[in-house]
Design a protein around this ligand. Structure first.
Ligand code: ADP
Ligand code: MG
Length: 299
């Protein structure tokens, strides 16, 4: 058996995928931002879950309202990345003995506020004792069958866009305060035909690599076109996690229409190429360098 350090988070998810049972009715199981399940003739049901652990995703001293907010916001971001709208959440919480009612009330206040903003109902959960504070949110969503956007649809010549500035989200606290890009995603799927989409949780290089792997293509990204948060280096914009911006691809013709839209500011950062050309960064002198995936991984 290989160590977790050796195979990493995504190697481990690959192992899990091989041993997980699924029935034929599942439209998309493990391997995208959410699962895609049958709902009715016109709509799919989306299902996703995310866990936040004290000391890993937030510090012990962190404002509890923001922690509660983040616990739901990360799942809303995943539903948005599929072209869906969020619906119902269940919230499970592991609480250390030393915690007090105030802290838990604050978590739910933060969570409820963003739930209201995005039309999500909190309909259940579970409460247990644990060594560290842990919050798990499972969230459903819905999407029109035509609106669904997977990681696997990017084709050579498609144009790559990102919805906002990247890097240093831990330092700036964007990882707690970000607005899930649901409005961008809904506009995109209703008015254009994105071929692939993902939200940036682990870092641009890592998350775009998921799109490239699933779509069996490569990409050339323009270093100077990557929008950087104030003070962030190119390396940080490429590999810092938890920005929760969307990266999406549009076929060349769609991209021509899209460039004329004025509703949202988005950034064109590169182009999809054939797989054999790899995943490359074009520097300011025009030289192509291989992008080494350096996003966040849990092991
Ligand atoms: P995201 O960053 O979009 O939340 P992840 O990188 O966490 O996605 O997960 C990638 C894929 O692996 C998703 O489809 C997710 O549901 C699946 N996955 C992650 N952990 C597990 C697990 N323990 N069991 C089954 N599926 C998992
Ligand atoms: Mg995601």
């Amino acid at each position: 058996m290989r160590s977790l350090k050796k195979i990493g988070e995504f190697g481990l998810i690959g192992t899990i995928k091989k041993s997980a049972h699924i029935e034929k009715e599942v439209i998309k199981g493990i391997g995208d931002d959410t699962a895609v399940l049958p709902l009715d003739k016109k709509r799919n049901l989306l299902l996703t879950t995310d866990m936040l652990v004290e000391g890993v995703h937030f510090s012990v001293k962190e404002n509890r309202k923001l922690v509660g907010r983040k616990a739901l916001a990360v799942s809303i971001s995943d539903i948005a990345a599929m072209g869906g709208v969020p619906k119902f959440a269940v919230v499970s919480i592991g609480i250390p003995n030393s915690a007090c009612e105030r802290g838990i009330k604050d978590i739910y206040e933060g969570l409820s506020r963003i739930a209201k903003e995005f039309g999500v109902s909190v309909v259940g959960g579970d409460t247990v004792q644990s060594k560290k504070l842990v919050i798990n949110v499972a969230l459903t969503g819905e999407s029109g069958k035509k609106d669904i956007v997977l990681r696997s649809g990017a084709k050579p010549d498609d144009v790559v866009f990102v919805t906002g500035a990247l890097g240093q989200s831990l330092k700036t606290k964007k990882h707690l305060k970000f607005i899930p890009r649901l409005a961008h995603a809904q506009y995109l799927v209703k008015c254009f035909k994105p071929s692939a989409m993902i939200d940036i949780s682990d870092g641009l290089s890592s998350d775009l690599a998921h799109v490239l792997n699933e779509s069996k293509v490569g990409a050339v990204i323009d270093e100077k076109a990557i929008p950087r948060a104030k003070g962030a280096t190119v390396a940080q914009a490429l590999s810092d996690g938890e920005d929760f911006e969307l990266v999406f691809t549009l076929p060349k013709k769609e991209a021509e229409f899209f460039r004329r839209q004025k509703k949202f500011k988005v950034y064109e950062i590169g182009i999809i190429v054939q797989k054999k050309k790899g995943f490359m960064l074009r520097d300011s002198k025009g030289k192509l360098n291989k992008i080494i995936r350096k996003g966040y991984g849990h092991f």
